[in-house]
Design a protein around this ligand. Structure first.
Ligand SMILES: Cc1cc2nc3c(=O)[nH]c(=O)nc-3n(C[C@H](O)[C@H](O)[C@H](O)COP(=O)(O)OP(=O)(O)OC[C@H]3O[C@@H](n4cnc5c(N)ncnc54)[C@H](O)[C@@H]3O)c2cc1C
Length: 459
């Protein structure tokens, strides 16, 4: 038996902030780390809206996980979708992109699979109103936003033209607010001189939310400032509004007084609500763990599932003391469980319970305008925008991406130039997702048949 065989196996589900930071904490530990993700890259979600509105390319907000782990000799990466676990047998069950099954034995399991968009029981809305969680989502939104101006330009019927020039966003949290502001800036600045049959600046951006004000978690003062900035940009804010239907023509919304209004809109975007992905329910069923209303797994203050000291849940998928789903929570829980495993392997006393250090939050409103909230300090306007800039440069993964973002921001912020406006006019390929089952004819003609027996990998 060589050293490697005797080392303990750590399997990490998800290469987001939580999973990646946990893996990095274990780089010098005598363990074998296997990081499994259904996507090949680590994604910086906070800048997805800049990818979808043409400022940043997808390559500047995502880094291959293999690249990030290349120097970490005790770590391996596997592209597969985890479907469940066998908690008694300590095995993770996964599906390769071609559909066959894999298994991974573990001594410690770190779950960091994040959350996905929730349509509050109306998944049928997804067809008309894409959410914003992945690179695929951002590219779909880019296609819909820039494509809408093209369709408006060639529309003969004035009603159709006006429909394509109407953009509706559901959810006035940071993502909805950031996207709404960006679409107005695209319309009034970037596209200003490019069209001969429409005035892009006529584009209407409608922002709907069931609450009192946009950016409510930032507190009343910053929320009011954000509302004023959005109004100046030309974003029409409809608060106390509940969406009752979304279809190909637009959306219907119920106001506080109960009246329902239909708004014709060529583009509807969904930025409200998140829920844990299906793998959370599978892990809860296998371990007896509780889930909160959004499906997140409830953990103890050491981030473990009760009666399973070997299974840690981290980041957005973890439910602990109502901590928010933000990067800092994900990073800090990743670091914490990495350290805890290191201590355990070394036979030392376990580390203290997890304590979150709140470093504040920031949201971008428009060029030169942002809001920042750090404990009792609330900032807005240009100073907040400069702080926003430094925070995002600091947190972007990889030096190349930081420099690349600065190079893209310069023309965007100084001259309103958005260089990343390329989009395809059709879906490419025969499959929607690499994990979908292929149509039989295409599968037989083009691809080797996947094995039917599960293969076993132990990391
Ligand atoms: C549009 C947007 C804007 C945001 N803005 C901010 C912001 O300004 N500030 C802030 O602090 N936070 C922001 N957030 C939240 C922040 O991005 C998340 O809190 C953070 O990414 C959570 O990290 P995580 O590692 O828990 O999950 P994620 O980063 O979501 O990573 C989860 C990983 O798990 C993988 N995965 C999922 N299911 C499976 C499976 N079954 N098998 C294998 N792999 C799987 C996914 O592919 C993904 O790589 C934003 C989020 C979004 C969507």
């Amino acid at each position: 038996m060589n050293d490697q065989d005797s080392q303990r196996r750590v399997v990490i589900i998800g290469g987001g902030f939580a999973g990646l930071f946990a893996a990095r904490m274990l780089r010098r530990a005598p363990v074998r780390v296997t990081l499994i993700d259904r996507r090949p890259h680590h994604l910086f979600q906070p800048l997805l809206y800049q990818c979808s509105t043409g400022i940043l390319s997808e390559g500047k907000i995502a880094v291959p996980l293999r690249d990030l782990l290349r120097k970490q000799k005790n770590a391996d990466f596997v592209l597969a979708e985890v479907t469940g676990i066998d908690a008694d047998g300590r095995r993770v069950l996964a599906t390769r992109p071609l559909g066959d099954q894999m298994e991974f034995g573990y001594d410690y399991l770190i779950v960091g699979a994040g959350v996905q968009q929730s349509y509050f029981g109306h998944d049928e809305y997804a067809k008309w109103a894409p959410g914003m969680k992945t690179i695929e989502d951002a590219l779909v939104i880019r296609r819909r936003v820039f494509g809408a101006f093209e369709l408006a330009d060639t529309a003969v019927d004035p009603a159709e033209r006006s429909r394509w020039l109407t953009f509706a966003l559901v959810g006035a949290g940071p993502t909805g607010v950031e996207l709404a502001g960006q679409i107005r800036e695209v319309a009034t600045k970037t596209l200003r001189d490019e069209y001969r049959h429409i005035k892009p600046e006529d584009a209407r951006v409608l922002l709907f939310d069931g609450g009192d004000a946009p950016l409510a978690p930032f507190g009343p003062e910053l929320s009011a400032k954000a509302a004023r900035t959005l109004a100046k940009l030309g974003v029409e804010q409809h608060m106390h509004s509940i969406v009752t239907n979304i279809d190909g023509s637009g959306l219907s919304v119920r106001a506080q007084d109960g009246t329902v209004t239909h708004h014709e809109a060529g583009t509807v975007l969904w930025t409200a609500g998140v829920a844990a992905p299906p793998v959370a329910a599978a892990i809860a069923a296998a371990t007896g763990a509780k889930q909160d209303r959004a499906g997140r797994i409830v953990v103890g203050d050491d981030c473990t599932i009760p009666d399973h000291p070997e299974i840690f849940v981290t980041g957005d998928m973890m439910s602990l003391n109502k901590l928010p789903g933000v990067c800092e929570v994900a990073m800090q829980t990743g670091i914490y469980v990495g350290e805890r495993i290191k201590h355990d392997v070394a036979g030392k006393m376990p580390t203290k319970p997890f304590r979150y250090r709140d470093l504040g939050s920031a949201a971008y409103l428009s060029r030169g305008r942002a809001v920042v909230s750090v404990r009792n300090v609330h900032l807005s306007g240009f100073v907040a925008w400069i702080i926003w800039l430094f925070i995002h440069i600091g947190f972007l993964t990889g030096v190349r991406n930081r420099l690349g973002a600065l190079v893209s921001w310069w023309p965007a912020f100084v001259r309103d130039v958005r260089r990343e406006r390329t989009y395809t006019t059709e879906q490419v390929g025969v499959i929607g997702s690499a994990y979908d089952v292929l149509p039989p004819a295409a599968a037989a003609a083009e691809l080797p048949r996947p094995g039917t027996e599960p293969s076993t990998r132990t990391g």
